[in-house]
Design a protein around this ligand. Structure first.
Ligand code: IPD
Length: 258
């Protein structure tokens, strides 16, 4: 965790500088509504250098650089240099750096760093989840009708608008409020911190959610795919919530597709 947090803090320096000068960044399109900027690439480079310096043999899965095999096949960093790139490029201050460590196929540590608010969310399997020094616990809310959920809205160029609209319709009838913050990693960190009672999204990539999954589990919450299983990184479907709400949320999603 110290290595991960140190790397995140170091990489955040250029990120914050670039945020102050967004108009000077070089931006290109990876796909419709999917952008990459020189800021993403700079952050990814620093993270890669720092993590590699500390653990030279570990592999990587990175949003921009893809899969980079290491000599040590058991350990892999899963990295999103900027989760919330669209927010970042529009000057919306909700974005973060997300780093997870996967060991033997299991997510064992996660760091989600929101540099503008200096919020360092971190968790290690079996050791709890923290925001800076403070221990985190998912919310205790029991009723769907009192709960606030975060989600992601599929954007132009990404499949699956119809299924999402069905899910949204069902959720709107059953919960107190729905938020779209624009960073899946922070959505999960908010569930871990009890700020949101749940989160769901489909079509999501491993680097968007890997660190946040560890945060929610270590804060006492549940995270599964839409079937209630653990194939989150493979399916790109995710449902997170506290112990009272996770199963009801899964049932609502099922009912949306029945
Ligand atoms: C995106 C954000 C967003 C989610 C999208 C992701 P990116 O990640 O996490 O909240 O709804 O599905 O692609 O592209 O900013 O790293």
């Amino acid at each position: 965790l110290n290595v991960m947090m140190g790397a995140a803090r170091k990489a955040a320096r250029s990120l914050v500088r670039d945020y102050g000068e967004i108009e000077n960044l070089q931006v290109s399109r990876k796909g419709p509504s999917d952008f990459v900027s020189s800021a993403d690439l700079k952050v990814e480079k620093t993270l890669r250098q720092e993590l590699k310096k500390a653990r030279p043999a570990y592999g990587f899965l990175m949003e921009e650089g893809g899969e980079i095999a290491g000599d040590d096949k058991s350990n892999r960093w899963i990295v999103d240099p900027i989760d919330g790139t669209t927010n970042f490029l529009h000057g919306i201050p909700n974005f973060c750096i997300s780093i997870a460590l996967e060991r033997e196929g299991e997510l064992i540590a996660g760091v989600v760093y929101q540099p503008l608010g200096d919020e360092m969310f971190h968790a290690e399997k079996g050791a709890g989840a923290f925001l800076n020094e403070r221990r985190l616990r998912v919310s205790a809310r029991r009723k769907l009708e009192d709960s606030v959920l975060a989600t992601g809205i599929p954007f132009h160029g990404r499949d699956g608008h119809e299924p999402f609209l069905r899910e949204l319709g069902v959720m709107m009838k059953n919960v107190a409020g729905i938020r779209r913050f624009g960073s899946a990693a922070l959505d999960l960190a908010y569930v871990a911190a009890g700020r949101c009672d749940g989160y769901w999204e489909a079509g999501i990539k491993p680097w968007d959610i890997a660190a946040g999954i560890v945060l929610v589990r270590e804060a006492g919450g549940y995270v599964t795919d839409y079937e209630g299983g653990n194939k989150l990184l493979e399916t790109g479907e995710i449902v997170a919530g506290n112990d009272h709400l996770h199963q009801p949320l899964l049932r609502l999603i099922k009912s949306a597709h029945a």
